[in-house]
Design a protein around this ligand. Structure first.
Ligand SMILES: Nc1ncnc2c1ncn2[C@@H]1O[C@H](COP(=O)(O)O)[C@@H](OP(=O)(O)O)[C@H]1O
Ligand SMILES: [Mg+2]
Ligand SMILES: [Mg+2]
Ligand SMILES: [Mg+2]
Length: 326
């Protein structure tokens, strides 16, 4: 099967990164470090990026990674304690880890988009991670502008949202043309997911960010209502929203920009893995004007605004409702 080795490397490294995140959370070391743009990062984001970049470098030495984080902050002397902590957690999974190597692995994620590259969000939903809510470790392979593989680890997401107290911890895997699967992190139990072809009565609701700055909630809700959704939207952090639509637990994920942030552009690592999981599960993804998402132009999707992700059967109605309001 095409992309088999890439898939195995991605799955193994995302599982290790997920374990690192869970461990850091359990050890109560998940604290916000402020980045220059004032957004938070934690030792878990940096450790997860180190593990995954190391695994890609070992298996595919030529491959470029376009990742969210870099080691600039961590190289400063006042961060030596955090660097030591990260190195210790990474060493649990990668025996040859040292502080210098960890810094270099993290910085392997500073590549540029090209013909073939990976894009990595070591923790998507860092704010969710800090709150103890949902987050995702997201890795995707892009070739010739197309997402070919997506792996998304969601350590705190229930296997089934209808059983919120049930087992948690899921990995989503999709390969172009080969479908999407869900793997239970605890047991390895695997099942195909194809829940995004048609909406139904029980999932006729939308999902959106917990963080109100990340999406225009009033507009999102107006569109959901315009296509007939009356149920309360599901608030979920991270790319897990794509997975929830893929599983058929919601039918629509809208991420619409606020008029107050006209210059905000979405990052490729915030969407690539989620988008292929949803499409392979039968769903549709585009920007708010119906344009395909551009994953290989830049790390920021300069030519796209907003996101529509939905089950296939309601996509046209959502797009039409949106064009009426904007
Ligand atoms: N003003 C904004 N509009 C849209 N997305 C934003 C934003 N500010 C930050 N984000 C992105 O929102 C992501 C989290 O998404 P969500 O709201 O769906 O949980 C963040 O990813 P990180 O947590 O990886 O930094 C960040 O890239
Ligand atoms: Mg971030
Ligand atoms: Mg993100
Ligand atoms: Mg992130």
């Amino acid at each position: 099967m095409p992309y088999e080795l890439e898939k195995q490397v991605a799955i193994a490294s995302v599982i290790q990164a997920a374990k690192l995140c869970v461990q850091i959370q359990q050890d109560r070391l998940a604290a916000a470090i402020e980045k220059p743009d004032f957004s938070p990062v934690t030792i878990a984001d940096l450790g997860a990026q180190a593990i995954i970049c190391q695994a890609i470098a070992a298996a595919f030495p030529q491959d470029v990674v376009v990742g969210e984080e870099d080691a600039k902050l961590l190289r400063q002397p006042q961060m030596s304690e955090q660097l030591e902590q990260i190195t210790a957690y990474v060493r649990i999974h990668v025996s040859e880890a040292s502080a210098d190597r960890v810094l270099d692995w993290i910085d392997r994620g500073n590549g540029k988009v090209g013909d073939r590259f990976w894009t990595l969000d070591p923790i998507d939903g860092t704010k969710g991670f800090l709150r103890g809510d949902r987050y995702a470790i997201a890795l995707a392979l892009i070739e010739n502008g197309e997402v070919k593989l997506g792996v998304m680890g969601c350590p705190t997401l229930p296997l089934d949202l209808n059983q919120p107290q049930g087992e948690r911890g899921v990995l989503f895997v999709a390969v172009k043309g080969q479908g999407a699967t869900q793997i239970a992190l605890k047991t390895g139990a695997t099942q195909p997911i194809l829940g995004a072809r048609t909406a139904n009565k029980s999932n006729f609701r939308s999902t959106e960010s917990v963080e109100s700055r990340h999406g225009n909630l009033p507009l999102q809700r107006a569109i959901a209502q315009a296509v007939g959704m009356t149920a309360e939207p599901l608030s979920i952090d991270s790319m897990a929203k794509y997975a929830v639509v893929a599983r058929g637990e919601a039918a629509l994920y809208l991420r619409l920009p606020w008029a107050e942030y006209p210059d905000y552009r979405e990052n490729i690592w915030d969407h690539a893995a989620g988008a292929i999981v949803l499409e392979e599960a039968g769903g549709r993804v585009s920007d708010m004007y119906g344009k395909p998402l551009e994953f290989a132009t830049n790390a920021k999707m300069l030519n796209n605004r907003g996101i529509i992700a939905s089950s296939s059967d309601i996509y046209d109605a959502v797009l039409a409702a949106l064009q009426e309001k904007v």
